[in-house]
Design a protein around this ligand. Structure first.
Ligand SMILES: NC(=O)c1ccc[n+]([C@@H]2O[C@H](COP(=O)([O-])OP(=O)(O)OC[C@H]3O[C@@H](n4cnc5c(N)ncnc54)[C@H](OP(=O)(O)O)[C@@H]3O)[C@@H](O)[C@H]2O)c1
Length: 332
C-alpha cells in the first residue's frame, strides 16, 4: 500500500510517498481502508520530533481518518467489515490503510461524507471537552476564541454558538474572520500576525475589552499562545476561565498577578489524555457531536482537499499559517 512517510525529522518537504506492507489488525484493533485524513497542527509537529508522541520511523503523519472497515482483530465487538467509520486519534493516517484501537473507531451516519468525518473528531472533540468539561461554558456568557479560523478555533466558535454563548472571534486576517462569522461569531477582532511590542499588546487588550464588553470575556479559548495570551488574559472577566489549548505562536510566560486581579482560572486542556482516562465521558461527547452535526448545528469547514501524494503541501499550509478551517487529504 502507499503511505506518506517521515524517514527523518524535518518539515513537510521531507515526507516521501512510498510502498509499504499493509498493517495487520491486532487484538482489539480495526483496520480501515482510508478515504480521507484530516490535517492538524500536530502533524507538522510530529514529523519534526516536536510533538509529545514520537513514533519510531518510518511513520506516516495523520491523526484522524475516515474510511471503510477492512479487517477486525480478535475481540472487537460492535463493528463489521464494510462499516463507514471515523477513527481518531490514530497514528499513520496518511496511508491507504491504517490500524487503530476499536475504542477510537466510531460508525458515521450515511449522511456524513468522508471529508467531513475526517475533519470532525480531533478538533470538535477537543473544543467540546474544553468548553464543557473544563470551562463549563454557560449560555449567555461571552466566549473569546483566538485563532478562530483554525481547526480547533473554528470548532470552538461553532460549539460556543451551539451552547448559546456570545462568541468573539479573533484571528490574524479578515478572510479568517469572515469564515468565523459564517460560523456564527457575533463579533470579530483582527490581531497583528507578528510579535507584539508593549504598545501593540496594550492596544490589542483594549480592542478585546471594547468588543467583549464591560464584563470582559467569561471564557477565553487559546490554541495560539505567544504574545496573544497575555493580551487576551488582561481582557478576561471577573472569575473568568482561560483555556490553554495550544501554542502555534509559541509557549507564553504569564505574570501570575493577573489571575489574582481577576480571580480567574487558567485551565489546561489535554484531549488525548482525557479520552484515555474518561472513555465513557468521551463516548457521550462523540454521540452529542454526531447529533449536533445531523441537526446542522455544527459543520466542519473543509476548505481544501489534497491527494495523498500532495499531503506534504497540505501540512505546509498549516505551517505557513495559510489554512482556514480544515484541510483534508483524500485517499483512493
Ligand atoms: N490541547 C489539546 O488537547 C489539543 C488538541 C488538538 C490540537 N491542539 C493544539 O491546538 C493548536 C491548533 O491546532 P489546529 O490543528 O487547530 O491548528 P491550525 O488549524 O493550524 O490553527 C492554528 C491557528 O494558529 C494561528 N497561528 C498563530 N501563529 C501561528 C504560526 N506561527 N503558525 C501557524 N499558525 C499560527 C493561526 O491563526 P491566526 O493566523 O488567525 O493567528 C491558525 O489558524 C496546536 O498547537 C495543536 O497542537 C491541542
Amino acid at each position: 500500500m502507499r503511505a506518506l512517510l517521515s524517514r527523518r525529522p524535518g518539515g513537510p518537504e521531507t515526507l516521501e510517498l512510498d510502498e509499504i506492507p499493509e498493517p495487520a489488525a491486532g487484538a482489539g484493533q480495526v483496520r480501515v481502508a482510508v478515504r480521507a485524513c484530516g490535517v492538524n497542527f500536530p502533524d507538522l509537529l510530529i514529523i519534526q520530533d516536536l510533538y509529545q508522541v514520537k513514533p519510531p520511523r518510518p511513520f506516516a503523519p495523520g491523526g484522524e481518518i475516515s474510511g471503510i472497515v477492512d479487517a477486525l482483530g480478535t475481540g472487537v465487538e460492535g463493528l463489521r467489515v464494510g462499516d463507514r467509520v471515523l477513527m481518531s486519534p490514530v497514528q499513520g493516517g496518511m496511508a491507504q490503510k491504517v490500524v487503530g484501537s476499536a475504542g477510537n473507531c466510531w460508525r458515521i451516519p450515511d449522511a456524513m461524507p468522508f471529508d467531513d468525518a475526517a475533519a470532525l473528531l480531533l478538533t470538535y472533540g477537543t473544543s467540546q471537552h474544553a468548553l464543557t468539561d473544563r470551562a463549563q461554558l454557560k449560555s449567555g456568557e461571552t466566549l473569546l476564541v483566538l485563532g478562530a479560523a483554525g481547526g480547533v478555533g473554528l470548532a470552538a466558535v461553532d460549539l460556543g454558538k451551539a451552547m448559546g454563548a456570545r462568541v468573539v472571534a479573533a484571528a490574524s486576517t479578515e478572510a479568517k474572520l469572515a469564515l468565523a462569522r459564517e460560523h456564527g461569531a457575533d463579533e470579530s477582532v483582527q490581531y497583528p500576525a507578528g510579535t507584539l511590542d508593549k504598545a501593540a499588546a496594550r492596544a490589542l487588550t483594549d480592542h478585546f475589552k471594547s468588543v467583549c464588553g464591560a464584563n470582559g470575556a467569561q471564557v477565553i479559548f487559546d490554541p495560539v499562545g505567544g504574545d496573544y495570551t497575555e493580551a487576551a488574559l488582561r481582557a478576561i472577566g471577573w472569575q473568568g476561565r482561560y483555556l490553554v489549548v495550544g501554542f502555534t505562536a509559541g509557549i507564553p510566560k504569564l505574570p501570575l498577578n493577573l489571575t489574582l486581579l481577576k480571580s480567574c482560572q487558567i485551565i489546561g486542556v489535554f484531549w488525548g489524555e482525557f479520552i484515555a482516562r474518561q472513555p465513557r465521558q468521551h463516548a457521550t461527547h462523540v454521540a452529542a457531536l454526531m447529533a449536533l452535526y445531523l441537526e446542522g448545528r455544527i459543520k466542519p469547514a473543509v476548505t481544501e482537499h489534497f491527494p495523498l501524494q500532495r499531503g506534504m503541501d497540505a501540512i505546509a499550509r498549516l505551517g505557513a499559517r495559510d489554512a482556514r478551517g480544515k484541510i483534508v487529504v483524500m485517499i483512493d
